[in-house]
Ligand binder design. Structure first.
Ligand code: ADP
Ligand code: ZN
Length: 214
């Protein structure tokens, strides 16, 4: 099964994708993570995209489609979870073509629905483990008192460069302008399932499971 997780920044796509990886043996393809890795490893592409990302704008379709193409070639027995991709209609078309070339397709597109105010609050409170990528939140899942990640024991917590108020405004605008049209696109293809993303992590997980098992 191949699925897309759609939704605004801070909707919980990454958290939910990690859960699906653990419970269903799926492979998570997060273009955001791939781009941050490229940035950290100091490749020329990484340096080029770093500023664009820090401003909260989208990087070019060509770059992200290239990243996804490479990963698709590796295959995934439990299926792929596309997290943060596609973000534009051309990316969606490209994904359809890439999957079709492998004799595959999408089985579902889950859109996580979260109010804008909640997104702003979540993102302002967010920190990530720099070693394993576990996501913490000052309000709902604070960093353990001993200062060590409960999943891997590391203590290099990071705030993302684009988790500032200004970059977030841009990210939301980019989402509504360029990504939210994908909701109509996938609805027309009969793939869309809407899941309430406002509840606790477990409740959202259950909502996604229901949508996938339907
Ligand atoms: P979030 O969903 O929290 O906004 P991501 O980690 O998915 O964060 O993405 C962070 C940034 O990486 C985006 O704001 C954008 O600059 C870039 N990016 C990620 N995926 C894509 C994509 N599919 N197309 C264009 N830019 C992307
Ligand atoms: Zn960790």
């Amino acid at each position: 099964m191949n699925i897309v997780l759609l939704g605004p920044p801070g909707a919980g796509k990454g958290t939910q994708a990690r859960h699906l990886v653990e419970t269903r043996g799926m492979v998570q393809l997060s273009t955001g993570d791939m781009l941050r890795e490229a940035k950290d490893s100091g490749t020329s592409m990484g340096r080029r995209v770093a500023e664009v990302m820090a401003r909260g704008e989208l990087v070019t379709d060509e770059i992200v489609i290239g990243l996804i193409r490479e990963k698709l070639e590796e295959g995934a027995r439990g299926g792929f979870i596309f997290d943060g991709f596609p973000r534009t209609l051309s990316q969606a078309d490209a994904l359809g073509d890439l999957l079709a070339a492998e004799g595959q397709g999408l089985d579902a597109v889950i859109v996580l629905e979260v109010d804008d105010e909640a997104l702003v609050q979540r993102i302002a409170a967010r920190a990530t483990c720099g070693t394993c990528g576990a996501v913490y939140n000052d309000l709902t899942r604070p960093i353990p008192e001993d200062g060590k990640c409960s999943e891997c024991g590391a203590s290099d917590f990071q705030r993302r460069a684009d988790d500032t108020e200004e970059a977030l405004r841009t990210r939301l605008l980019e989402y509504y302008k360029k990504t939210s049209p994908l909701i109509g696109y996938y609805h027309a293809k009969g793939l869309l399932a809407r899941v309430d993303g406002m509840g606790e992590v477990d409740a959202v997980q259950a909502g996604i499971a229901r949508a996938l098992d339907d």
